[in-house]
Design a protein around this ligand. Structure first.
Ligand code: FAD
Length: 322
């Protein structure tokens, strides 16, 4: 279906309301750096092929979502891989992407590299880059057989592919594997209305730590986030103290983020926190303790009280907007 000699199969996540997930641009950008990106969307929602092409997919395979969770996506990925014989398979390191990638790799006996922050190509094939041990080391991983399945950390890829004007759109015939799958008996949708971006994949994140002191005072983090149009993160200490729900926790046992801008307010910078944010492009830290480890990785640091510095920062940002 493609004449490309270097196809990279890219599974794109689709949101509940039938749009491409924000991870799509980075995945296709990464693929374009090592080969020809061929997208797979497991959804029949309108406009997805054009959206994928606008982000650089040379061809788009479209498969039906089928019944049950995950298995239809794994079936589609298996059919697409069989058809294309790609040099690598890229999948988002989202919750769903991780499950599909893991199941696919187990089913096809493929090697898998997870949570990559970059991909490259050497004489042997496609390799992946990983930020490990709390961001203390960057390592390259290469598989010794077959095409690697690589999950990519959301927000970690800056490269963007050139838009494709007229992509080839191919309906994918997927033989159902009949593997067991969880099926939802009923779905009760919870509508969360927020004008803030989602933490995973956000371009800007403002996080607060124990230094905020209380749930009420944590509002300062929200105020700065809103002025910057940023998502809200937190340290585990802030979560454990009840300042903010656990879904906002950044770090080893929370969410990993790779935003363009990460602002750490009243966070010491323990290794478990750094593990989830050290790959941010620009890190700004505000902390009263000049010896706090967060300053060791910050691009810009302010030694000061958040309750003095942040209101001034908000005022300055608002004055600039006016
Ligand atoms: P603290 O370390 O108490 O730091 C608070 C900071 O605020 C201090 O540096 C202080 O100088 C500063 N401060 C105080 N008042 C002010 C003020 N008014 N203005 C400015 N600065 C002020 N942590 C995570 O974050 N994410 C994880 O996923 C995670 N997973 C973990 C997993 C394991 C297995 C373990 C053992 C720990 C984990 N932790 C995690 C906890 C981690 O070790 C730290 O305890 C935690 O990150 C500390 O949070 P903190 O920086 O908010 O608090």
């Amino acid at each position: 279906m493609t004449s490309a000699t270097d196809p990279i199969l890219v599974l794109l996540d689709v949101t509940a309301d039938g749009a491409l997930a924000s991870s799509a641009a980075g995945l296709l950008g990464a693929a374009s750096g090592v080969g020809t990106p061929i997208a797979l969307v497991v959804s029949t929602a309108d406009g997805l092929a054009d959206a994928a092409a606008a982000l650089g997919a040379a061809s788009v395979l479209v498969a039906s979502p089928g019944e049950g969770f995950t298995v239809a996506a794994v079936d589609a990925l298996a059919a697409a891989a069989e058809l294309l014989r790609p040099d690598a398979i890229l999948v988002s390191h989202s919750i769903e992407g991780r499950e599909v990638a893991g199941r696919f790799a187990a089913r096809t006996r493929s090697a898998i590299a997870v949570d990559a922050v970059g991909v490259a190509r050497d004489a042997e094939g496609v390799t992946s880059q990983h930020s490990v041990y709390g961001g203390a080391y960057n390592v390259n991983a290469a598989v010794t057989f077959g095409a690697p399945v690589i999950t990519i950390r959301q927000g970690s890829i800056d490269a963007r592919a050139v838009a494709v004007a007229s992509p080839r759109v191919v309906p994918l015939d997927v033989p159902a594997s009949g593997r067991k799958s969880a099926v939802a008996g009923a779905i009760d949708a919870t509508v969360v209305t927020s004008t803030r971006p989602e933490l995973r994949g956000a371009a800007k994140v403002v996080s607060g730590g124990r230094g905020l002191g209380s749930e009420e005072q944590f509002a300062l983090v929200e105020q700065l986030a809103d002025v910057l149009g940023a998502a809200i993160g937190a340290s585990r200490a802030a979560v454990d103290a009840g300042f903010i729900p656990q879904a906002h926790q950044v770090g080893q046992t929370g969410v990993s983020v790779s935003p363009q801008l990460y602002v750490a307010l009243g966070i010491s910078g323990a290794i478990q926190h750094r593990a989830g944010m050290q790959t941010a492009k620009t890190i700004v830290a505000i902390n009263t303790d000049a010896d706090a480890p967060i300053f060791g990785i910050a691009d810009y640091g302010v030694v000061g009280d958040v309750f003095t510095v942040v209101p001034q920062l908000i005022a300055a940002l608002e004055a600039r907007k006016a």
